[in-house]
Design a binder for this molecule. Structure first.
Ligand SMILES: NC(=O)c1ccc[n+]([C@@H]2O[C@H](COP(=O)([O-])OP(=O)(O)OC[C@H]3O[C@@H](n4cnc5c(N)ncnc54)[C@H](OP(=O)(O)O)[C@@H]3O)[C@@H](O)[C@H]2O)c1
Length: 309
C-alpha cells in the first residue's frame, strides 16, 4: 500500500471503519474513498458494481456490517443474515471483478463455537455449535471469511480476514438496550454519579473474564495486516489480557469519578465464564496493542460525555 493508493473503507461511519480511516490518514494515506449507507446501500449489487467500476479502489477494508447486541441479533434474525451476506458478497465479488489488489474482511470473536476451548485459537472456527441468539450473524460472518478464502483459492485474490476481540472507544454505541458491556457500564456509572445514587447494580457475580481492545489499536492492527499479511488463514486480533467484570466495573467507577458502591446481583446469570482470543500468531508477527484498558477508558469517558451532549 502506498501513500497515493486508492483505499475504500466500507463502513467509515462506524466504530471500526472510522478508526481505520483515521489511522490511514494518520499514516499519510491521502486517497481514501468512503460512502455512507444513504449514498451507497451495499446490499444493492448493481449499485456496488457501478461504484467499483467508477472508483476502481486498489485496497478495500470491509468494515460495513449490520451489527447489534443480543436482543437485536435475536429479534432481527433475517436482517442480520440477509444484510451481512449481501454486503460482503457484493463487495468481495466486485473487488474480484475490478482487480482490487488486496481486501481485508472483518469477522468477530462472537462467531466462534459457543463451547470452544479458551483461549480461542483460529483453528477452532467451525468446530462446534454456535450461540443460538447470534447464529444468523455468525453464519453470515463465517460466509464472509469463506468467501475470502474461496476467491483466493479459485481466482488468486489476495483477500484476508481478521477476527477482532470485543472493542470499545470512539464512535461506540451507548444505547441503553443495545450496547456492549463497556459503553453500558460507562453510562450506568455516569448516570449514578449524576443522580448521586448510593450504589450501582451489576448483573451476576462479577467473576466472568473478558478481553477488550481500544478501537484505534484494532485499526492499527488492520492496517498492519493489510501491509504485511498475505495468507489464507484469518488472524485473531486481541490483547491477550483478561479482566474480570468486577475489575472492569472498578476501573469504570474510577474513570467516571463515581463515589458510591458496587453491588452484584448474583441472582442474575453470569454468561460465559471466560472469553479470550489466542492472538499468538499476530503477536509473533511483531504487532501488539499500545493502550492499556485503563488508558483506553480514560480516553473513552470524555467521548461518551460528548456523545450524550
Ligand atoms: N464493535 C465491536 O466490538 C466489534 C468486535 C469485533 C468485530 N467487529 C466487526 O467490525 C465490523 C464493524 O463493526 P462496528 O462496531 O464498526 O459497527 P457499526 O459501528 O455499527 O458500523 C457499521 C457500519 O456499517 C455501515 N453499514 C451497515 N449497513 C450498511 C449498508 N446496507 N450499506 C452501507 N453501509 C452499511 C454503516 O454505515 P452508515 O453509518 O453510513 O449507515 C455503519 O457505519 C463488523 O464487521 C463487526 O463484526 C466489531
Amino acid at each position: 500500500m502506498e501513500s497515493k493508493s486508492k483505499i475504500y473503507v466500507a463502513g467509515h461511519n462506524g466504530m471500526v471503519g472510522s478508526a481505520i480511516a483515521r489511522k490511514l490518514r494518520e499514516q499519510g494515506f491521502g486517497h481514501i474513498i468512503q460512502r455512507s449507507s444513504s449514498e451507497l446501500d451495499l446490499r444493492n449489487q448493481a449499485a456496488v458494481n457501478d461504484f467499483f467500476a467508477k472508483e476502481k479502489p486498489e485496497y478495500v477494508f470491509l468494515a460495513a456490517a449490520k451489527v447489534g447486541g443480543i436482543v437485536a441479533n435475536n429479534t432481527y434474525r433475517a436482517e442480520f443474515l440477509y444484510d451481512n451476506l449481501m454486503i460482503e458478497s457484493n463487495i468481495i465479488h466486485a473487488s474480484y471483478r475490478n482487480e482490487v489488489k488486496k481486501l481485508l474482511f472483518l469477522g468477530s470473536s462472537c462467531i466462534y463455537p459457543k463451547m470452544a476451548p479458551q483461549p480461542l485459537k483460529e483453528e477452532y472456527l467451525l468446530t462446534g455449535l454456535l450461540e443460538s441468539t447470534n447464529e444468523p450473524y455468525a453464519v453470515a460472518k463465517i460466509a464472509g471469511i469463506k468467501l475470502c478464502e474461496a476467491y483466493r483459492d479459485q481466482y488468486g485474490c489476495n483477500f484476508i480476514s481478521a477476527m477482532p476481540t470485543n472493542l470499545y472507544g470512539p464512535g461506540d454505541n451507548y444505547h441503553l438496550q443495545n450496547s456492549h458491556v463497556i459503553p453500558a457500564l460507562i453510562r450506568k456509572f455516569h448516570e449514578a454519579k449524576q443522580h448521586k445514587a448510593s450504589f450501582v447494580e451489576i448483573w451476576g457475580t462479577g467473576s466472568p473474564l473478558r478481553e477488550f481492545m481500544y478501537a484505534d489499536d484494532l485499526a492499527d492492527a488492520c492496517v498492519f495486516l493489510m501491509k504485511n499479511y498475505n495468507d489464507k488463514l484469518f488472524v485473531n486480533i486481541g490483547t491477550g489480557e483478561e479482566v474480570t467484570i468486577k475489575d472492569l466495573a472498578l476501573l469504570v467507577k474510577e474513570v467516571t469519578g463515581y463515589g458510591g458502591d458496587i453491588q452484584f446481583d448474583t441472582t442474575k446469570p453470569d454468561g460465559t465464564p471466560r472469553k479470550l482470543m489466542d492472538s499468538a500468531r499476530l503477536h509473533a508477527m511483531g504487532w501488539k496493542h499500545t493502550l492499556s484498558l485503563k488508558e483506553g477508558l480514560k480516553k473513552t469517558y470524555p467521548l461518551f460525555l460528548e456523545a450524550i451532549r
